[in-house]
Design a protein around this ligand. Sequence first.
Ligand code: MV4
Length: 459
Amino acid sequence: MIRKILIANRGEIALRIVRACRELGIRTLAVYSEADEQSLHVQLADEAICIGPAPSNESYLRADRILSAAELADVDAIHPGYGFLSENAEFAEQCESCDITFIGPKSETIRQMGHKARARETVSKAGVPIIPGSDGPVDDEKVAIKTAQKIGFPVIIKAVAGGGGRGMRIAHNAATFAKEFQSARLEAEKAFGDGSLYIEKYLENPRHIEFQILADQHGNTIHLGERDCSVQRRHQKVIEESPSPFLDKSLRNRMGKAAIKAALAADYVNAGTIEFLVDAKGNFYFIEMNTRIQVEHGVTEEATGIDLIKEQIQIASGSRLSYSQKDISLSKHAIECRICAENPAKGFIPSPGTIDLYYAPGGHGVRVDSHVYGGYTVSPHYDSMICKLITYGRTRKIALDRMYRALSEYLIRGIDTNVEFVKAVILDPAFRQGEATTSYVEEFLARAPKELFEKKPKE
Ligand code: MV4
């Protein structure tokens, strides 16, 4: 039985987990850094313990302090949210050995899928298509060049310990390969303490489409359809939607079946995501698995009507899935914009500071997931995302028109935000037509007038 959960995270996701626990009648323990004392998740949790100073590596990344808080408050389970310790196999293992339920997959699954080259091998053996590339890691530069030539240029060099785009390099020919390979290795060593690399054929302008998976401890595994996450800037997603405007029923079915195969091959339990790249012809390829709840999970929740955080907690407590595959449909169209404290006119530099005035959108078909309020100070120590705005409706057009309407209601003073930027994307005909690939943001920025992203002077 889970009676009390420690939430090992901050910001909007910590609040999201508090809300799910409240509805399930589960007590919550917030852990927080000195910078987050005024945060909503701390105020709304039943109990709260400060675990250290503002920098993440002195607080939210300190497994020892979090586990001490867990023992002290006698919690039954820990929800790691996303980022921080959510995909740290060692932390999951420590929870297991302290007899605290880690709300996520087994530590062994996290380890296996966290090794991106081993993940490729695992799902490929199960019959899931992968992008042509190296068999496992390639550490020797000479071998790497030969491998790249065999695959055919352009190739992409990725960190085995990476994911989400960090430590990636594209090589267009043999002449530039060595340089790219070396800088990928250095970056991977610095970022992950592991310089191991693998190589894939580089796909030009794919779509980034991911499938949501739920799996219980009794062998039941289902998918909840896809999210199209092609609108990204520097590997940070900006807009996500479900269903993808690019998939038809047949492709969704085939990709969904492949996603379930991948999850079964990983012996997966709890909520997870299978990421695919999809080319213009509709060929799809597994790229990696995320063994956590994702930022954009709310899009799937509004498209399907299923509360993923509640499902995660119920799965962790040993319950069977509340749904079978035939109960699942993307019956609504949902779209999310990530609202960030940043300045698009100045190269999207972060804009931390105190929000003097805050009014968030509302009304029919609008969901706002946010931990901020008027008077809240956005800390420079963490991610700049302050709000997730989700709109949904019967059709994509309804959801998009609603998104523009909702974005226009925001009043945020005191810090800069990307609200005007995402409004411009929502109005852009190419985006409206569902044509966005992973190159979309770059192309849009190149052709969009700069004034578009500046804050409108108050009429
Ligand atoms: C790729 C790719 C093209 N070809 N792999 C980026 C995030 C990580 N999950 C995987 N990513 C990609 N992997 C192959 N073989 C394109 C991306 C990619 C991307 C690459 C460069 C610039 C922006 C991008 C946005 C999304 C995906």
